[in-house]
Design a protein around this ligand. Structure first.
Ligand code: NAD
Ligand code: WQD
Length: 334
């Protein structure tokens, strides 16, 4: 019996693949490599010493997805595959609706046809829109502020409807906060194409001398130092959360949502200073206007994940800053 990982060559999928193999699970990866590359698949094998089937297929192709289920005994699926750039989703909404929705609809169809009833889905804290208060609980009101967020909201709704229609179906929708960091081997991590949109990849590229200076988007928010506060979580902790969620899905049917964050908020300047202190590098920065669509503060209430999944993040900000930098240094030297 194998676990199918869609989008397993990506940032979070690759780390989850390593953790699953470390727990002696058999895996199969499907990824069309639209935002990743074959090297990551080889690196997962290098880290774990394991062999596993990899399919360079698009999850939007039913014929190919069916082939994977026919060739492997798939008991559960972790569905990471999706496009995730918020700004691009505003410019090209159709691309996002088509890819993210179509891949999920087809996956669920193929799962039902092959009597596979367990799914862990990559949702996002973006489904909380602009929360009125923090920490954010799973039962807070949901809304979307961009097409990317809308795809996550719509998919959550679809999955919840499938669970109502099919009482054997089990879905854990995991709402990630801000994943950063990299594996301790420093050979898998996050290296976005072009100029990074997210804070940590931007900082590491400034540290590497690829970019001159970090633009800090606003210092007039109602936070301890005026800069935006987020719940940064180490990607390895996040990966381990998926294993707990799979266990949960094995023992329960129906639809459930879980926050995966640390429960602690750090500001942009907290991150800059922690990165400088941990890695002994200077990060030049300047304060610029707020980025449209950003909220002041976002961090998770993790009571539910702690209680029901018995999961909690273990790695702190220093580990996140150190591993992000070690990975980026290595990636740029290769
Ligand atoms: P990523 O881009 O590194 O990984 C996604 C992978 O999916 C990529 O390897 C890409 O090639 C693949 N993919 C995309 N569309 C595909 C398709 N149609 N068929 C096959 N493969 C396809 O992103 P990530 O950071 O690892 O994110 C994984 C998931 O988690 C995504 O669904 C994302 O929306 C969600 N998420 C990410 C974050 C974050 O900050 N990284 C936060 C919340 C939620
Ligand atoms: C973090 C903080 C910025 C870059 C995004 C998506 C969200 C989720 C995670 C997928 C904010 C500030 C950033 C920079 C800065 N992804 N910043 N200068 O916006 O919390 O969340 O990624 O689901 O949906 O919206 O993350 O890393 O972009 O920003 O000052 O160059 O850093 O204003 O306060 P965000 P981020």
């Amino acid at each position: 019996m194998s676990i199918l990982i869609t989008g397993g060559a990506g940032f979070i999928g690759s780390h989850t693949a390593v953790e699953l193999i470390n727990c002696s699970e058999k895996i199969v990866i499907v990824d069309n490599l639209t935002n990743s590359n074959m090297q990551t698949i080889d690196n997962i094998k290098r880290i774990t010493g394991a062999e596993f089937p990899f399919y360079e297929y698009d999850c939007c192709c039913k014929k190919d997805m069916t082939k994977i289920f026919k060739q492997n005994d798939i008991e559960s699926v972790i569905h990471f595959a999706g496009l995730k750039a918020v700004g691009e989703s505003v410019e090209q909404p159709l691309k996002y609706y088509e890819n993210n929705l179509q891949s999920t609809l087809l996956l669920c169809e193929v799962m039902e046809e092959n009597d596979c009833n367990r799914l862990v889905f990559s949702s996002s804290a973006t489904v909380y829109g602009s929360p009125k208060t923090v920490p954010i609980k799973e039962n807070f009101p949901l809304s979307a502020t961009n097409p990317y967020g809308s795809t996550k909201l719509m998919i959550e709704r679809i999955l919840s409807d499938i669970c109502i229609s099919n009482p054997r179906f089990s879905v854990a929708a995991l709402r990630y906060f801000n994943p950063i960091g990299a594996h301790k081997s420093a050979i898998i991590g996050e290296l976005p194409n072009g100029i990074p949109n997210n804070l940590m990849p931007y900082i590491t590229q400034v540290a590497a001398g690829k970019l001159k200076c970090l633009n800090v988007f606003g210092n007039d928010y109602d936070t301890h130092d005026g800069t935006g506060v987020r719940d940064y979580i180490h990607v390895v902790d996040l990966a381990k959360g998926h294993i707990k969620a799979l266990d949960y899905a094995k023992n329960h049917s129906g639809y459930e949502t879980f926050n995966l964050g640390t429960g602690t908020g750090y500001s942009v300047l907290d991150i800059v200073h922690a990165f400088e202190k941990t890695n002994k590098v200077k990060i030049p920065y300047k304060i610029v206007d707020r980025r449209p669509g950003d909220i002041a503060i976002c961090y998770a209430d993790i009571t539910k994940s702690k209680k029901i999944l018995s999961w909690q993040a273990e790695l702190g900000l220093e580990d996140m800053c150190k591993s992000s930098w070690e990975f980026t240094k290595k990636a740029f030297n290769n």
